[in-house]
Write a protein that binds this ligand. Structure first.
Ligand code: ADP
Length: 261
């Protein structure tokens, strides 16, 4: 629980950081990019200065991309949960993944029938699966297999997976497994920390899994990870199973703010 609290506090800190300074920071970066562009237009420019200016511009653009990610992360996104069929959601996102991951990664789906209903924000749920899949891709530069599996899991006692303790309950489970490089055991406790990354040189932000964690926890779910170095990594997401049928979308007035008394 203490770890969860620390995590929540970090997430809030990231949100405040993003909201508070990202905007100013973005303006500064825009000014730097504009100044570099003006410099690059000078006719008398020598090659060395040109190369320097291009470097300045590229770095500022990378900074701007990072700020955009921070903003998306820190934005007070109110989740818009709906009851959806988990398998249908996975099938939808799989076609996007085939394009994102390229030919060298084979995606296989193993979906349980008849499948579970879950109450999630569908857009955020896609984000969770995409983030896990992009990490899997990064872990398999030579290609490999990405397996996505769904199932119904009923826990009668707490399930302990490394650091994670999943309380008893009826869950819909999604597993995202890769055949990549694996994760060293000493990194596992830090994976969901905002800004923890081993890909700083490749432009990693360390926000992908923090985002996964945030969305899943806000949906009353849990994330567990298992990894073997050189063999691969498996992330499992447990979401509370929604019992009953898919209802119609809520009528619009339900979204409207309540009148003040
Ligand atoms: P980023 O991908 O920007 O580094 P993430 O929060 O998504 O940030 O991931 C944090 C770190 O966790 C990664 O830098 C990597 O070291 C590790 N990681 C995450 N997923 C995997 C995976 N499927 N295989 C191996 N390492 C992973």
């Amino acid at each position: 629980l203490e770890m969860q609290l620390a995590q929540t506090q970090k997430m809030q800190a990231v949100g405040q950081l993003a909201g508070g300074i990202a905007h100013d920071f973005n303006n500064l970066l825009t000014a730097i990019i504009a100044a570099a562009d003006m410099g690059l237009e000078r006719p008398e420019l020598d090659e060395a200065t040109r190369a320097d200016l291009i470097h300045v511009r590229r770095s500022a653009e990378r900074g701007a991309a990072l700020v955009r990610q921070l903003l998306a992360f820190g934005r007070k996104q109110t989740l818009q949960p709906r009851v959806i069929a988990l398998n249908a959601a996975i099938e939808d996102v799989a076609s996007l993944l085939r394009r994102l991951l390229g030919q060298r990664i084979v995606i296989s789906l193993d979906l349980d029938r008849p499948g579970c209903l879950v109450r999630v924000d569908p857009v955020q749920f896609d984000q969770v699966i995409v983030n896990l899949a992009l990490n899997a891709r990064d872990a398999m530069p030579e290609g490999g297999r990405l397996g996505i599996r769904t199932g119904a899991v009923t826990l009668h006692r707490p399930l302990v997976r490394g650091q994670e303790v999943i309380p008893p309950g009826r869950y819909a489970m999604v597993e995202v497994a890769d055949t990549g490089c694996g994760i060293p055991p000493e990194h596992i406790p830090r994976l969901f920390e905002p800004f923890f990354t081993t890909k700083r040189d490749q432009g990693g932000t360390g926000l992908g899994l923090a985002m996964v964690y945030g969305i899943v926890r806000q949906t009353d779910g849990f994330v567990a990870v298992e990894s073997t170095r050189g063999e691969g990594t498996t992330f499992r997401i447990y979401l509370p199973r929604h019992e009953g049928a898919i209802g119609p979308d809520p009528p619009p007035e339900q979204h409207a703010p309540r009148p003040q008394p």
